[in-house]
Design a protein around this ligand. Structure first.
Ligand code: ATP
Ligand code: MG
Length: 586
């Protein structure tokens, strides 16, 4: 009962409401407030006609679909304006960062279809330069070494309603500050003993401006600089100066940095260096999805999923393994657009973009996920026909293939009902259906397991006159089923996925609970005795198909020569298309 699918009524209604909100802000307008700013800057020649953006991930986890939006935006804008976009690792925290993350991030950006060419940078490459900038601030009396502990600094900072208090160390002489800062670098003091702070305004209404920390002591090895440094610069100081060093024009980041912008500007102004423009946009939130690297890491480390690339994860590597295409993610990013206000996008929008593409590109094949044996009693034994099947009705250029048909077949267990309800137009005793690309068959007799009463096989007859494409093919029956020939079928394992969380907003945690309490216990269903068309033998990991009537599937790297493994990328049912239709009607 926890699966969201079990309450379609409730969910559908909610979704329609939620999504209506999203579509109004998410139209496919080519322009938005960021592009308007850039257009204006080009008109006034603010950056001599240049557009230069950057994507600055911190290598402390794998990228997720939210990052994909940021990547598509920064790289996309650069491409649109004939500009450049840098990839810059924001690697100022030695303890959380790993080479594995750096590599996965590069792979993901490339896979999405973007190219930083020779502009791969690391904030850590600027450590010497950043240190020199900090020394400059000290020399000008704009930064000081503070001996307060982290806890004391927090207490002195004040609150939104109370001004902060000045540290007793705030008025040290320039000479003393220079000496102490140098000795911080030289490793004379333990972690946390001292910090370097900017001297701004302890009464500022913006807490970020109350003498923010610029450097802290951390005796830790860095993935690139090793043990060269034991002081590390803070994000706010590093980021604006890295942008400046790289001559970025428009530095796009998410809304939570809006209150950091005055600080971004302050450092650049005080140091009197090249000054990029920071512009904030709303981050992407997706229904039924968690988008924080810290929480995703927890899911991986505690084994709630099978790694960062588990197909249920919203990571780019998870989506890739699931069968998502880079094109569909780029289309999605474009469609949802950029806004100044936070909102949640219905995950159905992402699925819709994928279906739209796969419908055009994915070859159709037949696969039986839960096989039920069918014996065609009046079909000659040992006879095999190679029937012609269209690969994609949406695209004739994809041609046709041959599918073997024989006396012993498998059909989907759920396509048979001994006691069919109204409007069940599939197999039932005495009923006729068409087998796709083949013949009309009639269910003559049902064989059950004597002990359990379970249906184990169906005996059917076929009408040889009704071959698909033949002269009498026009004879109509209501249902058409997919099938595979038993002797020819290939074994497969199929993994079916549902939302990883049962709650539409898993970040909205009730008191006494944790986001993991909303994990969907039915998010993965593994079917191990599926049967697929023999033509799929040898399919490479990453190959995508539409399994007729079942959805889109992608070959998983776990596949073996004698047993393919498939991930269900997405079902055929398009809730988003329905929602859109309902909207245009109303
Ligand atoms: P998380 O909060 O998921 O841990 P982060 O912001 O700490 O992510 P970074 O590596 O610092 O991760 O992010 C790199 C860039 O991606 C930043 O410019 C950030 O603004 C952007 N970004 C991160 N999450 C999203 C999101 N959900 N939507 C859009 N952009 C995002
Ligand atoms: Mg961050």
């Amino acid at each position: 009962m926890i699966s969201p699918k079990s309450e379609p009524g409730n969910n559908e209604k909610k979704k329609v409401k939620g999504s209506a909100k999203t579509t109004t802000t998410a139209s496919t307008t080519p322009s938005d407030f960021i592009r308007e700013i850039i257009d204006e800057d080009l008109r006034t020649d603010k950056y001599s006609g240049r557009v230069h953006t950057r994507f600055p991930p911190e290598p402390n986890g794998y990228l997720h679909i939210g990052h994909a939006k940021a990547i598509c935006l920064s790289f996309g804008i650069a491409a649109q304006y004939d500009g450049l976009c840098n990839l810059r690792f924001d690697d100022t925290n030695p303890t959380k960062e790993e080479v594995e993350y750096v590599e996965s991030i590069m792979e993901d950006v490339r896979w999405l279809g973007f190219d930083w060419q020779d502009r791969l940078y690391y904030a850590s490459d600027y450590f010497e330069q950043l240190y020199n900038y900090a020394v400059l601030l000290v020399k000008e009396g704009k930064a000081y070494v503070d001996d307060l502990s982290a806890e004391e600094i927090r207490q002195y900072r004040g609150t939104l309603t109370e001004p902060g208090r000045e540290s007793p160390y705030r008025n040290r002489s320039v000479e003393e500050n220079l000496d102490l800062f140098e000795r911080m670098r030289a490793g004379e003091f333990p972690d946390g003993a001292r910090v370097l702070r900017a001297k701004i305004d302890m009464t500022s209404g913006n807490l970020n401006m109350r003498d923010p920390t610029i450097y802290r002591i951390k005796h830790a090895s860095h993935h690139r600089t090793g043990d060269k440094w034991c002081i590390y610069p803070m994000y706010d100081f590093t980021h604006c100066l890295s942008d400046s060093i790289e001559k970025i024009t428009h530095s796009l980041c998410t809304l939570e940095f809006e209150n950091n912008r005055p600080l971004y500007d302050w450092f650049l102004d005080q140091l009197n260096v090249y000054h990029p423009q920071q512009i904030e946009f709303a981050r992407l939130n997706l229904s039924y999805t968690i988008m924080s690297k810290r929480k995703l890491l927890q899911l991986v480390e505690e084994g709630h999923v099978n790694g960062w690339d588990d197909p249920r994860m919203p990571t780019i590597s998870g989506l890739r393994r699931r069968g998502y295409t880079p094109e569909s993610i780029r289309t999605f990013s474009e469609r949802i657009g950029v806004a100044k206000r936070d909102s949640t996008v219905d995950i159905a929008v992402l699925e819709h973009c994928l279906r739209e593409e796969l419908n055009k590109k994915a070859p159709r094949v037949m696969a039986v996920l839960r096989p039920l044996k069918v014996i065609i009693d009046n079909y000659p034994e040992d006879h095999v026909e190679e029937l012609e099947a269209v690969n994609n009705p949406e695209d004739p250029s994809m041609g046709t293939r041959k599918v073997p048909f024989s006396r012993l077949l498998y059909v989907e267990r759920e396509d048979f009902r001994e006691d069919p309800p109204r409007k069940f137009f599939r197999l039932a005793p005495g009923r006729e259906v068409r087998l796709k690309h083949a013949y009309i068959i009639k269910c003559e007799r049902v064989v059950k397991d004597e002990k359990t009463g379970e249906v184990v096989e169906l005996h059917c007859s076929y009408d040889p006159e009704t071959k698909s494409g033949g002269p009498k093919a026009a004879r109509k029956v209501k249902g058409t089923l997919h099938w595979v020939s038993a002797a020819h079928a290939m074994e497969a394992e199929v993994r079916l996925y549902d939302h990883l969380f049962v709650k539409e907003d898993p970040g909205d945690v009730e008191e006494g609970k944790d986001f993991k309490d909303y994990l969907n216990p039915n998010s993965l269903e593994t079917l191990t005795s599926c049967k697929v068309e023999p033509g799929l033998a040898g399919a490479k990991p990453g190959t995508r198909y539409q399994f007729l009537r079942q959805g889109y599937f992608c070959v998983d790297p776990n596949s073996k020569d004698d047993k393919l493994v498939f991930n269900r990328t997405v079902t055929l049912r398009d809730t988003w298309a329905k929602i859109e239709k309902a909207q245009t009607r109303s």
